[in-house]
Structures are given as structure tokens and as C-alpha cells.
Design a protein around this ligand. Structure first.
Ligand code: PEP
Ligand code: MN
Length: 341
């Protein structure tokens, strides 16, 4: 349920609504960044009626949210969520790119790629220190050592870091370095982990599970939002289908659906979605046309010797060529995109 309050409501009236929600053993959420003054209610709504709030001072409207997910729904907040960082933002009218190698492999490899990306105007650098791999015998990431390298990249190059957390043990060290915490496809339904990262109040990059529906993805985002953390970026990264010619099937249908159902920004990761480097640029461009707010793209300086996901990685040169085309499509769909020409 959503309580819409008059814009000029005194704080005492807002507090009265909040107290009433708590009295009914439910949780109030002041919805940030909305053009309306809105308070969402979550919890067991069985005994709550619209009339309980309609007559309270300053309440202008009470709306029942019909979707299973509440806080992340467009019904709860009609304006797009925009996540702001010191010199950049994600969501709204801006088109943003997160790029970097699949894994932190060494100091030199990570720095070389980060340096090239920075020169192209990229602000968000991705690289995994902890890697979820399908085989226990594959490279599992440099772990703490990888985080140290990312921390150096952050302080020396001023890039914002996006890196994955795989379990609660590493959250405290990852939040020291990460500007955005990535939850990978395999952990999308790890609900206790979602609550824990939500509670850190850091922006969360939530990837769609490989057999998750759009509703499942939004319900997972709801776990994060239920911790009063609305800084969530959703990511379509392809799902498992009967098709075997590509690594996954990039479900671009999900983009306009999510944009209609949720106020959260949506990214596409065509690198994992397709899994083959030369198919990444066309799917990246298609993602923009479908309405994505940004792209996550794997870039490696030496793809054939990469320790993970080399085959789907673009070289810096190919990535630079793609940026020009991204710029062209962004101007057609009226998104603001910045890169160093
Ligand atoms: C990754 O981003 O490198 C990754 C492991 O992605 P996903 O969780 O989508 O497989
Ligand atoms: Mn990868």
C-alpha cells in the first residue's frame, strides 16, 4: 500500500502516519526522490484497510499496490530512480557504461585495462576479485589480493569500482573498495545475502539469475529495497534456453517490461548474454534501442590469455569502436552519453 501525502505536509503529520503503520505491525518506507511525498507500507497487509489512513491529516490518497513486488514497483514511485555519485550518475536520462575485465588477474593486467578505459572517459570499472566459476578447478579470483589491486585503481585512477560479493564473509572488505556491489546471477536468489548487502546502503548491481523470470528478479530487488536501500541497478545478462549457439539467450524483451513495472535503472550485459566477442557489439546496440539505461561490458587487453571469459571480451580497440556507435544510438533514443572521442 502507498500513502500519498500533501507536498506541504508538516513533519508531525508524516510521523503520525509512520506511527500508525508501525502500530499495525507493518514497516513504513519513505520513498526517496519522488516528486510526490509518498510512504510505502510493507509487511502483512491482511488487516490494513485504506480507511485506516484516508482520514489522517495531510493524507491525499491511499493506493493499493497490485504487484507482488512493492517498493521497487512503478506503482509505488512513478519517477525513474537516479543514483548519484560524485561526478556521475546512473538512471534517468543518462546512459552509463561499466567496463573492465571479468577478473582481476594481476596488478599489471588490471592497471593496463583500467588506464585505457579511463582515457576513453569510462567512469565505472568492473573486475571480479571473488569469482563464481562453474567448475571448482577454474581460476577462483585473487580474492583479498584482488581487492587491494582494485583499491589502488580507485585511488590512483579515480575510477569507481564495481565488484562482486559472493558471500557474507567478504562483505566487510568489499564495501571498503566497492562503489557498487555486484550480486551475480548465481546469487540472485540468495535472499539472506540480498538483505545483508541491502543493509550496507551501498548501490547494488543485481544480475538476473539464469532461470529467473522478470518477476523473480524484481522480487529479489525488493529484498534489497526492504532494507531501505533504493540504490539498485538491475541487469539483464541472458537466461538459459534450449538454444546452444550462444552462451545464453539475451532476453531483451525484459527491458521494456522492467521499465514499465519498475522505477529502477536497467543495464544489459551482452558479454555474458552472448558469450562470443564479435556478437557483443550488435547486442549492445540493440540493448540501447530496447531502452536500457546502461551496459556492462567485459574488456580485456589480452583476451586469448585471460583467466576467465576471454572469448567474450572485447579488446580496448574494439571497445573504443563500439563507443562511437553507442554514442550514435544514444542520440537517436535521446539518452545523454559521455565518452572521450
Ligand atoms: C561476471 O559479471 O563476471 C559474472 C560472473 O556474471 P554473471 O553473474 O552474470 O554470470
Ligand atoms: Mn565474466
Amino acid at each position: 500500500m502507498l500513502i500519498i501525502m500533501k507536498l506541504e505536509s508538516p513533519r508531525s503529520d508524516i510521523d503520525r502516519v509512520i506511527a500508525k503503520i508501525k502500530e499495525m505491525n507493518c514497516t513504513p518506507h519513505e520513498i526517496p526522490g519522488s516528486s510526490k511525498l509518498a510512504i510505502g507500507i510493507t509487511g502483512n497487509m491482511q488487516f490494513i484497510k485504506e480507511e485506516d489512513f484516508q482520514l489522517l491529516p495531510s493524507v491525499s490518497e491511499v493506493i493499493r499496490v497490485t504487484k507482488k513486488f512493492k517498493l521497487v514497483s512503478r506503482e509505488m514511485k512513478s519517477d525513474d530512480t537516479v543514483i548519484t555519485f560524485d561526478d556521475s550518475s546512473i538512471g534517468g536520462n543518462v546512459f552509463q557504461i561499466i567496463a573492465g575485465p571479468c577478473s582481476v588477474e594481476s596488478y599489471d593486467q588490471t592497471f593496463e585495462i583500467a588506464h585505457e578505459l579511463k582515457e576513453m572517459g569510462i567512469k565505472f570499472f568492473r573486475a571480479g576479485a571473488y569469482k563464481p566459476r562453474s567448475s571448482p578447478y577454474s581460476f577462483q579470483g585473487l580474492k583479498e589480493k584482488g581487492l587491494e589491486i582494485l583499491s589502488d585503481i580507485k585511488s590512483k585512477l579515480g575510477l569507481k569500482i564495481v565488484t562482486e560479493v559472493m558471500n557474507s564473509n567478504s562483505i566487510s572488505s568489499i564495501i571498503e573498495v566497492a562503489d557498487i556491489i555486484q550480486i551475480g546471477a548465481r546469487n540472485m536468489q540468495n535472499y539472506s545475502l540480498l538483505e545483508e548487502v541491502g543493509a550496507t546502503k551501498k548501490p547494488i548491481f543485481l544480475k538476473r539469475g539464469m532461470s529467473a523470470t522478470v518477476e523473480d528478479l524484481l522480487l529479489s530487488a525488493e529484498y534489497i529495497a526492504s532494507q531501505n536501500n533504493f540504490n539498485i541497478i538491475l541487469c539483464e545478462r541472458g537466461i538459459r534456453t534450449f538454444e546452444t549457439s550462444t552462451r545464453n539467450t539475451l532476453d531483451l524483451n525484459s527491458i521494456p517490461v522492467i521499465k514499465q513495472w519498475s522505477h529502477l535503472p536497467v543495464f544489459v550485459d551482452p558479454s555474458h548474454g552472448v558469450g562470443i566477442w564479435d556478437k557483443v557489439p550488435p547486442m549492445a546496440l540493440a540493448s540501447i534501442a530496447a531502452g536500457a539505461d546502461g551496459l556492462m561490458i567485459e574488456v580485456h587487453n589480452n583476451p586469448s590469455n585471460a583467466l576467465s571469459d576471454g572469448y567474450q571480451s572485447l579488446t580496448p580497440k574494439r571497445f573504443r569502436e563500439l563507443l562511437k556507435k553507442i554514442n550514435d544510438i544514444c542520440s537517436i533514443v535521446d539518452k545523454d552519453f559521455y565518452y572521450e572521442k
